[in-house]
Design a protein around this ligand. Structure first.
Ligand code: BES
Ligand code: MN
Ligand code: ZN
Length: 503
């Protein structure tokens, strides 16, 4: 989708979208169109339930007196209450509404209206961002879809009095969208295309943007005693990989101004999760192609940070494995020694994500002594039972980090909900045979999983774990997220970085 910013002019082709405020109060652009069409807008509003409420829409086809083929009235609600996400959602909703309508382009008129908190150029940029995010489609394998069935909308022109300022505000947002799209692509690809080596190859492409990418294979991981991760990979013919990405964008401290330790992001990258010997039922097993969603977010986030040249040092580490049953596969009851030295009794080979995270977390701490760590993982089905598909589960040993993540989630529309951690839950994963076992007994499955992960975090390191099993894939579209891979986490973590760790 092309998103363009231009000075206002009367649109000549396709559709024009204009705002109407609560109480059916026409924006200046809408009022001008109403005049040009001999009052068609007011008549249409009178003949409908459209009141200009937030996200309401009304289409007027083939209006007289103007060159466009349709006018789309967009409800703005009360402008004073519009947040970033509301603006983005409107942009997305316009795209969704017109995608298969027959028009190839739409001009979105953005007026200077004092009641908005955002000035017109910033608003224009947010509309464009929402429109771009919603335009994503993963259709590369659909060879037989007819052109007339594909979305035809190809261009959004956001018309605003200062298009240069809008373009500048949009530049960072476009970089964010590019990272989100990469994540969506990676989780949408099937497991015969995206496996540890090919996913590592995708990460390596970030080198072009200035990200330093290093990949460890199984031999190197064996030397480091990363047996928890390697045990998961053992049944697969695909070689496990550990991807280490570094974006060093912080201004270099001169003299005694020492550079700060990097911020770390760690992703679970199980490119396919059959469950292993503790094999999953076949219904919906295909969903487990997106069990690398945590790694997908970390890779997409690195692309964003490099794309917008974020002034921060960040390291992203992804543990990439395929969890397969075979004659070589890990068995229930096996005991592995993780790189941290802690031993793990593998009761259930389907609780593999935490085993991968254990060694990836050890690596990132050992190598980089990060100032804080956020890990992301499609870790448990239990988080879907607890929170459904509208919040990711947040677990943290640090209230400040948890609050920052919660606020970033609200601001970006990628909401997280904090879950408890504690001694009593932790006891649940004690084992009689080893230091711990990889599953708890009944109940609180997402919490015991988080407790397991926490056992691999050094005391004193601020850490948060996001269980994204419920939000990585959506069977229903949202205003800025088409159905399918969501990219959930990229916008959230970019915001976290921008608000608290840059400069
Ligand atoms: N990848 C799954 C979790 C998952 C389930 C993600 C559904 C997305 C949708 C994870 O590896 C897993 O299998 N977890 C088990 C843990 C159990 C064996 C303790 C689960 O949630 O059932
Ligand atoms: Mn599993
Ligand atoms: Zn899994």
């Amino acid at each position: 989708m092309k998103i363009i910013f231009a000075a206002p002019s009367s649109a000549a082709r396709g559709a024009v979208a204009v705002g109407v405020m609560a109480g059916a109060k026409l924006s200046p652009s809408a009022a001008r169109l109403d005049q040009a069409t001999g009052g068609a807008l007011v008549r249409a509003i009178k003949g409908s339930r459209f009141k200009g409420n937030k996200a309401q829409m009304l289409e007027i086809l083939a209006p007289q007196g103007v060159r466009v083929s349709r006018i789309l009235l967009v409800g703005l609600g009360k402008p004073g209450e519009m947040k970033d996400t509301d603006l983005e959602n409107l942009g997305g909703a316009v795209v969704a509404r017109l995608a298969t309508s027959g028009v190839r382009e739409v001009a979105v008129m953005v007026d200077a209206i004092g009641a908005f908190k955002h000035k017109a150029p910033r608003r224009a940029a947010r509309y464009g961002f929402g429109a771009l995010l919603r335009s994503y489609r993963f259709d590369k394998y659909r060879t037989k879809e007819k052109a007339e069935d594909k979305p035809g909308l190809a261009k959004v022109t956001v018309m605003v009095a200062n298009p240069g300022a809008a373009r500048r505000a949009f530049a960072d947002l476009e970089a964010i969208a590019e990272g989100v799209f990469l994540t969506r692509d990676l989780v949408s690809e099937p497991a015969n295309v995206i496996y540890p080596k090919s996913l590592a190859r995708e990460a390596r492409k970030l080198t072009k943007l200035g990200v330093k990418v290093q990949v460890l294979g199984e031999a190197e991981m064996r030397k480091l005693n990363m047996n928890a991760l390697l045990g998961v990979s053992q049944g697969s013919d695909r070689e496990a990989q550990l991807v280490v990405m570094r974006w060093n964008g912080a201004p270099k401290g001169r003299g005694k101004g020492k550079t700060k330790a990097p911020l770390a992001f760690v992703g679970k990258g199980v490119t396919f999760d059959t469950g292993g010997i503790s094999i999953k039922p076949s219904a919906h097993m295909e969903d487990m192609k997106w069990d690398m969603g945590g790694a997908g977010v970390v890779i997409g986030l690195m692309k964003v940070l490099a794309g917008r040249k974020a002034k921060v040092d960040v390291v992203g580490v992804c543990g990439l494995v395929e969890n397969m049953p075979s004659a070589k596969a890990q068995r229930p009851g096996d005991i592995v020694t993780s790189a941290s030295g802690q031993t793990i009794e593998v009761i259930n080979t389907d609780a593999e994500g935490r085993l991968v995270l254990a060694d990836a977390l050890w690596y990132v701490q050992k190598k980089f002594k990060p100032r804080a760590i956020v890990d992301l993982a499609t870790l448990t089905g239990a988080i879907i039972v607890a929170l459904g598909h509208d919040h990711a589960g947040l677990f943290s040993n640090n209230d400040r980090l948890a609050e920052r993540l919660t606020a970033a989630g609200t601001a970006t529309g990628e909401a997280v909900w904090r879950m408890p951690l504690g001694e009593a839950y932790d006891k649940n994963i004690n084992s009689a045979a080893a230091d711990m076992k990889n599953v708890g007994d009944r109940g609180g499955g997402s919490i015991t999983a988080a407790q397991f992960v926490q056992r691999f975090v050094d005391k004193g390191t601020p850490w948060a774990h996001l269980d994204i099993a419920g939000v990585t894939w959506d069977s229903k579209a949202k205003p800025t997220v088409p159905k399918g891979g969501t990219g959930f986490g990229v916008r959230l973590l970019d915001r976290l970085v921008a608000e608290h760790y840059e400069g």
